[in-house]
Design a protein around this ligand. Structure first.
Ligand SMILES: Cc1ncc(COP(=O)(O)O)c(C=O)c1O
Length: 395
């Protein structure tokens, strides 16, 4: 049978639907706040990575507006050709200072940062050791690098050490890669142990602090600050798109390493520099993180309130230690029913299914933010408990 291109994908999409894996988008009208409007209905939003509520902060909006007026809408070229604007360098300097590193480089997204950084640090003949629950952008960066990849069991430093002690001696470069806060489980990488192993086995360590930047550590600088670490074998990837309320990726680390990445990372070289308005917002976001620590306190207050309520209701929140709280429901059918029930009751927290999470570990991924009120958290708990009981997810 000779199918047209469209017919081919119609059939493929039907297969996805049959497996409950078909994905659709809900259209949100208005800004992303603690509530959102969908189809004219106001719902509490508990699945956004806008952890500090900064995407609507007046200082970010004003800084974006100012940069837009001063510099226009786009940078017009890759930074290595003619798109390197003063505001890019200001954001890099601000990011490096914030992270306490000598230098930083910008990417268009966190996804692109992981792709570019991993592929420029290691290649064919080298070895990567990657946590089994690392983000898709790390997995894709590892694959693209051409290096041999060994996956170690989640957060298991003993298993990692065994892998390193058993092999890899003849690999000139060894790179350990981990999420800082794991994006679907909300637990924290054992970074102090990973640093020790990197030092013992002469390896480098890359931590992806996409979810920890602005959240973890006394000043919100991320997992490195949280554990009080200093290590010259470590580089940090991050994104402005989550707690920082903007968009764009970055890598922060030693001077010459960053210079090398700017020379070699294809997602840096062959992609247009970030728009100036976005850079203005990101600089303002870092300033707000520094000057409004109460936002982090509010976030942690909401995390504790939500986690305690969920455990009290009998939900299993696994090892969550942070603002990412998984309610693992198992199969995709029940997860989608649960998400639908929540939606009907006024809570927007969609189901997460494979390949984002392993088979039969579908979940609702809850993320409170600094901006939610205690009343909203309590309302959310009531809805979750009601729907959880209705579907037998809790007794
Ligand atoms: C751990 C991790 N790294 C990287 C990214 C990608 O960041 P961005 O959304 O800026 O591309 C994400 C986003 O979901 C993430 O969870």
């Amino acid at each position: 049978m000779n199918l047209s291109m469209d017919q081919t994908f119609k059939l493929e999409l039907e297969q996805l639907r049959k497996g409950n894996l078909y994905r659709t988008m809900k259209k949100i009208t208005g800004p992303i706040g603690t509530t959102v409007f969908i189809d004219g209905k106001e719902l509490i939003l508990l699945s956004s990575n806008n952890y500090l509520g900064l995407s609507t902060h007046p200082k970010l909006v004003a800084a974006a507006e100012l940069a837009l007026k001063m510099y226009g809408t786009g940078s017009g070229a890759s930074r290595l050709i003619s798109g390197n604007m003063e505001i890019h360098e200001r954001l890099e300097k601000k990011t490096a200072d914030f992270k306490g590193t000598p230098a930083a480089a910008l990417f268009s997204t966190g996804y692109m940062a992981n792709l570019g950084v991993i592929t420029s640090l290691v290649g064919k003949g080298d070895l990567i050791l990657s946590d089994e629950l690392n983000h898709a952008s790390i997995i894709d960066g590892c694959r693209l690098s051409g290096a041999a990849v060994k996956i170690y069991p989640h957060r298991n430093t003993d298993a990692l050490e065994q892998l390193l002690s058993r092999g890899g001696d003849n690999c000139p470069r060894r790179l350990i890669v981990t999420d800082g806060i794991f994006s679907m489980d909300g637990d924290i990488a054992p970074l102090a142990g990973l640093v020790k192993i990197a030092e013992k086995y002469n390896a480098w360590l890359l931590v992806d602090d996409a979810h920890a930047t602005g959240v973890l550590g006394e000043n919100g600088r991320g997992t490195v600050e949280h554990f009080g670490l200093q290590c010259d074998r470590l580089i940090q990837v991050g994104t402005y798109s989550k707690a920082l309320g903007s968009i764009g990726g970055f890598v922060a680390g030693p001077d010459q390493v960053i210079e090398w990445i700017k020379n070699k990372a294809r997602s840096f070289i062959y992609s247009t520099g970030l728009p100036p308005g976005v850079c203005g917002a990101s600089i303002a976001a870092l300033e707000v993180v520094e000057t409004e620590p109460e936002r982090r306190e509010q976030l942690w207050g909401n995390i504790k309130r939500l986690q305690a309520g969920l455990v009290h209701s009998g939900f299993n929140i696994r090892e969550s230690q942070t603002q990412i709280i998984p309610l693992v429901t198992g199969r995709s059918e029940v997860t989608m029913q649960f998400a639908h029930g929540l939606f009907e009751k006024g809570l927007y927290a969609p189901g997460i299914r494979p390949p984002t999470v392993p088979d039969n570990q579908c979940r609702i991924r809850l993320c409170p933010t600094a901006a939610h009120t205690a009343q909203q958290i309590d309302a959310v708990l009531e809805i979750l408990e009601g729907q959880g009981r209705r579907l037998g997810i809790i007794k």
